[in-house]
Design a protein around this ligand. Structure first.
Ligand code: SF4
Length: 399
């Protein structure tokens, strides 16, 4: 007898798009290991190389002042709170310098919605990062921060993005999507607007040539139907503009949040692996799916690489948002490459936009390790001269 999952497998092999009924089955009833096997086959159809990418990055914040009061957020402080802060441009640049000294190529900078910050501050952050650290990609400001800039400056979303682009910005992080469903957003972040608030910014960014990621924070008040609304929304926008580089799901962490009154635990690895695999299958127009070692744990990240994920995310030298929810996880470049190799893949360092930079196909030698003590991270683990010759030089990966 043909099962619903057999029928989904047939559709996938015939190159057909999955519909909502298929998505619902993948997210709920389908046997997890079989969903994972289908997702891994889809991953290898799109990306046949046994490589897994990662980026050397950092994730600092410029302000924790915010007027949006999201129920799931432990990071923000109200204006005037004792431990509220807003860094100067120079203080933020010192954080970029710290990341650059450790070999970072990406800095993901985010902050609260602070109405006291003028647009010129954001433009100066982008411009000065580009000028002083040309090898760093300023992967700055989520969609809702861009909306705040528009409100404060009186400019349109189009004009704010154009000004950021002129200052040197070429990518946006996908944070702030949470779940792109009216019902969920009204419940957990009523001041942030519905799904269109996030989609409009990414649509405009893509139209102006910027790339971005799409994220999802699940494991709170959403249903599988809400998750499908989210996946349909980003799949539809990708059909329109092809501007997303990757999909990055992670689970809600309740520590120190208002939502913790109702949601006391994070969803575990099974829910995470199902989300990774189902999204790889449903998002047939996304080049990359990221395994979130940071929020789900390193072992779950390793298993996710066999459930359709092809990217390990970043080193995240600095991270404060999950830390505020009492969730802390750290990693080194050497540990990343070891973890990826342990589960049968070749680690490859990438740029913000997924261009390949350096293959770490063999483990570091003893002398590499000795040298690593006195060198920045980007130069640590190239194992030998032969490896340097094999290094992949910035060729585009996937579609
Ligand atoms: S998630 Fe962002 S917008 Fe929401 S309260 Fe926290 S800092 Fe503010």
């Amino acid at each position: 007898m043909t099962t619903a999952l057999d029928a989904i497998g047939e559709k996938l092999r015939a190159g057909q798009r999955l519909d909502r009924a298929d998505g619902l089955h993948l997210l709920t009833d389908a046997p997890l290991l079989e969903v994972g096997a289908l997702a891994q086959a889809a991953r290898f159809r799109r990306l046949p190389d046994r490589t897994v990418t990662f980026v050397i990055d950092s994730n600092p914040n410029y302000t924790n002042v915010c007027v949006t009061d999201c129920q799931f957020c432990a990071f923000y402080r109200k204006p005037g709170d004792r431990d509220a802060y807003t860094l100067t441009v120079d203080e933020v640049l010192a954080k970029v310098e710290f990341a650059a000294a450790r070999g970072a190529t990406t800095v993901l900078l985010q902050g609260g919605h602070n109405p006291a910050i003028p647009l010129d501050y954001y433009l100066a952050l982008v411009r000065e990062t580009r000028r002083r650290f040309p090898h760093i990609t300023p992967h700055f400001f989520t969609a809702s921060e861009i909306r705040t800039m528009a409100e404060v400056s009186g400019l349109s979303i189009h004009d704010v993005i154009a000004r950021l682009r002129e200052a040197g910005q070429s990518t946006l992080p996908g944070g702030g999507a949470e779940i792109l469903s009216d019902r969920v957003r009204k419940r957990i972040e009523p001041k942030k607007g519905g799904p269109d608030a996030w989609l409009e910014v990414h649509r405009e960014a893509h139209r102006q040539g910027l790339k971005s990621t799409a994220t999802m924070m699940y494991g709170h008040v959403e249903t599988p139907e809400d998750v499908l609304d989210h996946l349909d929304a980003i799949r539809g926008l990708q059909d329109e503009c092809l501007g997303f580089t990757a999909f990055v799901p992670w689970s809600f962490k309740p520590g120190n949040t208002l939502l913790a009154k109702w949601i006391t635990h994070s969803r575990g690895p099974n829910a995470y692996l199902r989300m990774i695999a189902a999204s790889r299958l449903y998002l047939d127009n996304f080049p990359h799916v990221q395994a979130s070692w940071f929020s789900e744990g390193k072992q779950a990240g390793q298993i996710a690489l066999h459930f359709g994920a092809d990217d390990w995310g970043g080193t995240l030298f600095e991270e404060n948002v999950h830390r505020a929810a009492d969730y802390v996880n750290t990693i080194t470049v050497e540990e990343i490459t070891t973890l990826i190799r342990e589960v049968g893949f070749t680690p490859v360092q990438r740029t913000t936009t997924y261009e390949l930079q350096r293959s770490y196909w063999a483990p570091p030698t003893v002398s590499d390790r000795r040298r690593s003590r006195s060198r920045p991270a980007s130069r640590l683990t190239t194992p030998c001269r032969r490896e340097r010759r094999r290094r992949i030089s910035a060729r585009p990966r996937g579609s």
